[in-house]
Design a protein around this ligand. Structure first.
Ligand SMILES: *[C@@H]1O[C@H](CO)[C@@H](O)[C@H](O)[C@H]1NC(C)=O
Ligand SMILES: *[C@@H]1O[C@H](CO)[C@@H](O)[C@H](O)[C@H]1NC(C)=O
Ligand SMILES: *[C@@H]1O[C@H](CO)[C@@H](O)[C@H](O)[C@H]1NC(C)=O
Ligand SMILES: *[C@@H]1O[C@H](CO)[C@@H](O)[C@H](O)[C@H]1NC(C)=O
Ligand SMILES: *[C@@H]1O[C@H](CO)[C@@H](O)[C@H](O)[C@H]1NC(C)=O
Length: 326
């Protein structure tokens, strides 16, 4: 009975006439699982990368024109949204039923098909590509026969940026010597774990706030705030963990020794020095301008008196006119 239905879904018109029977087809493939071993793989890719979903059949020589290879999303509940990721029918790509999300983003390796490598190159992956993909290879005999299947679970990840730790900020309105540290990072996927560590004895500190903000591109930013009692030798570390990538990025704060002055004090000194230098500069410029003005006046006088002495023989009336600019 199964075979009767299957044969009405003929090769020549597939997949159009077969798609509405997709559920049935899957059921058929399901029942053949015992015949063909299903190889399963997990891969992790970073957002924006190109990823190769592997599907390799090595058992015998293949005639491409007798084959039908299709890649689909294995999750049954996803079938209605996207049934075909990529299809190769009788040795040619068949885009007719490819779902739009994968348009121009999938490629088979043409030089490797003859040797049974039906791996799929998926370009520019985004977090919405995180699914389990299934490759099904059918051989055209009297009835289509599944000769190979493979599943690849694709997980997406993105590294967080180097965390930025700021603080300590004194909390004037709180009792005791409480200080606040802030730590932020971003551009990561999936959601991170945030750890605050007291490096003096490597104990965990609990933050007063962890805020994880999703962005349109699917990545997350993270902001965390820690409030601690100030001590004389604070060493605080903020660590952002991407569990999927097994990555931990950290930033730390180490309190300066009292003898050399704390960070803020030396900053203030630097500020004062800077202001002093500025004032000295201005005084210097004013002094130089004054000096130049004096020099110009002196030169002008000299020139005028020279002219006067040169024209000594001339009538006296001109002397007043020449001297007036000085
Ligand atoms: C992905 O493949 C495309 C086309 O082959 C190429 O232009 C691009 O640089 C690749 N991207 C990465 C991250 O390798
Ligand atoms: C990659 O995909 C993202 C969306 O997921 C898109 O904004 C970007 O332009 C694509 N990059 C390339 C090189 O196609
Ligand atoms: C670690 O040191 C801090 C003081 O810097 C102290 O309050 C805390 O109890 C210590 N934790 C452990 C586990 O020793
Ligand atoms: C990251 O750091 C935290 C805190 O030190 C630790 O518990 C966790 O195991 C680390 N993760 C990795 C992947 O190193
Ligand atoms: C603290 O961070 C600096 C760089 O920001 C690094 O050089 C140093 O080794 C770190 N110290 C500790 C104790 O992790």
């Amino acid at each position: 009975e199964h075979q009767g239905k299957a044969s009405s879904c003929t090769w020549a018109v597939w997949p159009q006439s077969c798609l509405h029977r997709y559920g049935f087809l899957l059921l058929l493939l399901h029942s053949l699982k015992t015949v063909t071993a299903l190889e399963k793989k997990n891969i992790i890719s970073k957002l924006g990368d190109n990823v190769t979903l592997s599907c390799i059949y090595t058992k015998k020589n293949l005639q491409l024109k007798n084959l039908r290879v299709y890649w689909q999303i294995a999750d049954d509940s996803y079938q209605e949204k996207c049934s075909v990721v990529h299809a190769l029918i009788s040795g040619q790509d068949d885009n007719t039923n490819q779902c739009i999300r994968f348009k121009d983003r999938t490629q088979l390796f043409w030089d490797r098909l003859e040797s049974g490598d039906f791996s799929l190159l998926l370009l520019n992956v985004s977090q919405s590509d995180g699914h389990t993909y299934k490759c099904v290879v059918q051989e055209k005999t009297e009835h289509p026969k599944v000769i190979h299947q493979a599943e690849v679970a694709l997980s997406l990840a993105a590294s967080y940026s180097q965390p930025i730790l700021s603080g300590p900020i004194r909390n004037s309105d709180s009792p005791g010597e409480e200080v606040t540290f802030n730590c932020r990072s971003g551009n990561g996927y999936p959601k991170p774990n945030v750890y605050w560590i007291n490096k003096v004895n490597n104990s965990r500190l609990s933050p007063s706030k962890i805020e994880i903000i999703p962005h349109d591109d699917g990545t997350f930013s993270v902001f965390s705030t820690l409030k601690v009692k100030a001590t004389s030798n604070m060493q605080i570390e903020c660590s952002i963990e991407n569990e999927m990538l097994q990555e931990n990025l950290s930033a730390n704060y180490t309190q300066q020794k009292k003898s050399t002055g704390s960070g803020t004090e030396s900053d203030e000194n630097l500020g004062k020095k800077g202001q002093g230098a500025q004032a000295a500069g201005i005084i210097g410029i004013v002094f130089v301008i004054g000096l130049l003005t004096g020099l110009i006046c002196w030169l002008w006088r000299r020139r005028s008196s020279n002219l006067v002495s040169y024209r000594d023989g001339q009538p006296i009336e001109n002397q007043g006119g020449l001297n007036s600019p000085a």
